[in-house]
Design a protein around this ligand. Structure first.
Ligand SMILES: Cc1cc2nc3c(=O)[nH]c(=O)nc-3n(C[C@H](O)[C@H](O)[C@H](O)COP(=O)(O)OP(=O)(O)OC[C@H]3O[C@@H](n4cnc5c(N)ncnc54)[C@H](O)[C@@H]3O)c2cc1C
Length: 413
């Protein structure tokens, strides 16, 4: 009889795991209180980031830290209550961002990122979702020659070590690609490998439909808890209980709190982010996903309009929205691209699920046979969902994995 597996959480990560296990003949039920892809995996910037081989470290130089303190920067904001709440994981994040520790983390993280395109490719095909995906890379734009050349050096290293492809654009070459970008911008890095998605939630939904076409089942329910009874698992929902041989926790930013009920205390924290859609002024057009790198926000020409996504806000997962960071990004964005009126009544808010060593947990729960974990994908969970699905399915089946999974073990915390 087929192994019965219940996957908790239908974001990009959970849907991808469910898809892989179902394809291998498991009998999979995917449970989420919402429709698939309606939370963090809905509102992100939609880039499948093959270039992101270096995770975001905590700033360590005094100049940057002092510039963050007045809480006026566009790329990063904080709330004192959020900082107090996450003080211990944030301190550990800072610690792991020292040059020595960070140097060890980068190749581990890169090993995962390098699988991202081959992870998404077959799922896009199976889901018939090519119409949502562009394969022409994205642009990181710069205002000062000094910052651009520093970034070019990093790009060269990423190319030499991890096969990342890029082109450097001067102002003329940039104007050919994006004629409506303002004159403050002096050039860009064109990351050539990444793919971009015009409706990130729509892609997760397409993957979820592909999963049900293979025979998978989706249940919309609030998960109350899980219990292990001998070899079997029971998943308790508001009105029903599911039985399973294996349970996978892929609850994104809710995973850390949720795992406490099983006695695990993962040092999770969140970096919140916002988005808003805009019309464009008549005759203006944005052709590429564009990040204003020295300021710290991104413009993405999506199906719903030009989506502006913000950098990080350090606050508690469930505290109310503060739209000032979005407002600040919008003011700058209007100086470099002719945005039109806002299209949404209020800003979307989401939370990047983070761990202090910048890597996700992917693998078995240390003290519960049959319980598997996949969360903490931070800034790149949309990128890494399919690779995570493939790797975790291999682990569950006891097969060799494409990369060494030791750096992602749960028992490192
Ligand atoms: C502004 C912004 C921009 C970003 N841009 C990018 C990008 O360009 N590229 C990239 O790779 N990543 C990006 N990210 C990060 C990416 O969005 C996340 O890492 C990713 O979506 C996490 O996916 P997930 O499946 O782990 O979590 P989620 O998508 O949040 O899924 C978790 C699911 O668990 C469900 N759930 C939680 N608790 C319960 C419960 N008790 N019962 C039932 N269901 C429950 C939720 O409803 C949710 O559907 C961005 C993030 C933000 C905020």
């Amino acid at each position: 009889m087929a192994r019965q597996t219940v996957v908790l959480g239908a974001g990009m990560v959970g849907v991808s795991i469910a898809w892989h296990l179902q394809k291998r003949g498991h009998s999979v039920t995917l449970v989420d209180r919402r429709q698939p892809g309606r939370e963090t995996s809905f509102g992100n910037a939609g880039i499948i980031q093959r270039e992101a081989v270096r995770p975001y470290p905590f700033p360590r130089d005094m100049k940057t830290i002092l510039s963050v303190l007045p809480n006026k920067r566009v790329d990063i904001r904080y709330r004192p209550a959020g900082m107090v709440n996450a003080a211990s994981p944030l301190f550990s994040y800072w610690h792991n961002s020292s040059a020595r520790r960070y140097q060890k983390i980068v190749p581990e993280y890169a090993s995962l990122i390098q699988l991202c395109l081959e992870g998404h490719g077959p799922m896009i095909e199976a889901a018939g979702a090519n119409h949502l995906v562009q394969r022409k890379g994205w642009l990181e734009i710069y205002r000062t020659p000094k910052k651009l050349s520093k970034r070019v050096k990093e790009a060269e290293e990423a190319r030499d070590l991890y096969g990342v492809q890029f082109a450097v654009l001067d102002r003329a070459a940039l104007s050919e690609k994006e004629p409506d970008i303002g004159s403050d911008i002096i050039g860009a890095i064109h990351w050539l490998d990444p793919w971009t998605v015009a409706d990130p939630g729509g892609l997760v939904e397409a993957y979820a439909n592909s999963f049900t076409q293979q025979g998978g089942r989706i249940l919309q329910a609030d998960i109350k808890g899980v219990k292990q009874d001998k070899e079997r698992w029971q998943v308790e929902m508001a009105t029903d209980t599911l039985e399973a041989d294996e349970v996978v926790v892929a609850l994104g930013p809710w995973s850390g709190d949720w795992m406490k009920s099983l006695g695990y205390h993962f040092p999770t924290f969140v970096k919140r982010g916002y988005h808003m859609h805009y019309a464009t002024q008549p005759d203006a057009k944005l052709h590429y996903w564009v990040m204003d790198a020295e300021v710290g926000y991104l413009l993405a020409p999506m199906n719903a309009g030009v989506r502006l996504t913000t950098g990080a806000e350090l606050d508690r997962l469930d505290s109310p929205s503060h739209e000032q960071q979005l407002g600040a990004a919008e003011s700058v964005a209007r100086t470099i691209f002719p945005l039109g009126e806002r299209r949404d009544p209020s800003a979307w808010k989401g939370a990047r699920p983070c761990l202090p060593d910048m890597k996700p947990v992917i693998g078995p729960a240390p003290r519960h046979p049959g319980l598997w974990l996949a969360f903490g994908h931070g800034h790149q969970g949309f990128t890494l969902g399919p690779a995570t699905g493939q790797l975790l399915a291999d682990m569950i089946e006891g097969k060799p994995t494409a990369i060494d999974m030791a750096p992602f073990r749960a028992d490192r915390f």
